[in-house]
Design a protein around this ligand. Structure first.
Ligand SMILES: [Zn+2]
Length: 199
């Protein structure tokens, strides 16, 4: 048997399992929003969180993805052939705004459903105000990723990192928070298994 064929089954030992592209938003050198008291950044928070999430996921393949450039991110995700994508961010506004929201591409019905599943898990864990799921067009912030990534994709904004109370809530049970993300990822896989193959 050619070596490529013999290796193939091991690459994805269970082809029925979905692949989740778990994107760590921003980059080490441009880390996104910051909490000015703790100096914790979006990138550092989600880089740590993504590793914890991976430990709790049970029925889904997870590939953590770092941004090379924002322009290249959809191509990288398309090359990965992820079944769905979750882009990890934190919100930021005026140190007072609070709550949880998930963004999706306005033309994607599956993206809308995925956003709803993720939002429910995050709200049930964090118990911060539910700001809902929000449709975004390609002109909106984050819209480029949502539009040009082939797989249904959502942007997660679970809390406001510049709000000390929001950040404290997230950090008060970081393992539970990671487990909530993981449960959402497995629930999304299950949902996609039952859904027609449309985006
Ligand atoms: Zn961000």
């Amino acid at each position: 048997m050619p070596i490529s064929e013999s290796l193939l089954p091991h690459l994805r030992s269970n082809p029925a399992r979905k692949l989740c592209g778990l994107v760590i938003g921003h980059k080490k050198q441009s880390p996104g929003a910051i909490n000015h008291h703790s100096t914790l950044t979006e990138f550092d928070f989600n880089d740590d969180l993504s590793r914890r999430i991976e430990q709790y996921v049970q029925a889904t393949f997870v590939q953590r993805v770092y941004r090379r450039t924002y322009r290249e991110l959809p191509d990288d995700l398309n090359a990965l052939k992820a079944d769905f994508v979750i882009d990890l961010h934190c919100n930021s506004l005026n140190t007072k705004a609070t709550g949880t929201e998930v963004l999706y591409y306005h033309k994607s019905e599956i993206g809308k459903s995925i956003a709803g599943i993720l939002l429910n898990h995050l709200v049930n864990h964090l118990r911060l105000p539910n700001r809902g799921i929000k449709p975004k067009t390609s002109e909106d912030k984050g819209g480029y990723l949502l539009k040009y990534t082939t797989a249904p994709s959502v942007i997660s904004e679970p809390f406001f990192i510049d709000n000390d109370n929001d950040l404290a809530r997230a950090n008060s049970n970081i393992e539970g928070f990671a487990a909530a993300y993981a449960a959402a990822i497995d629930a999304i896989s299950k949902f996609l298994d039952k859904s027609p193959n449309i985006t």
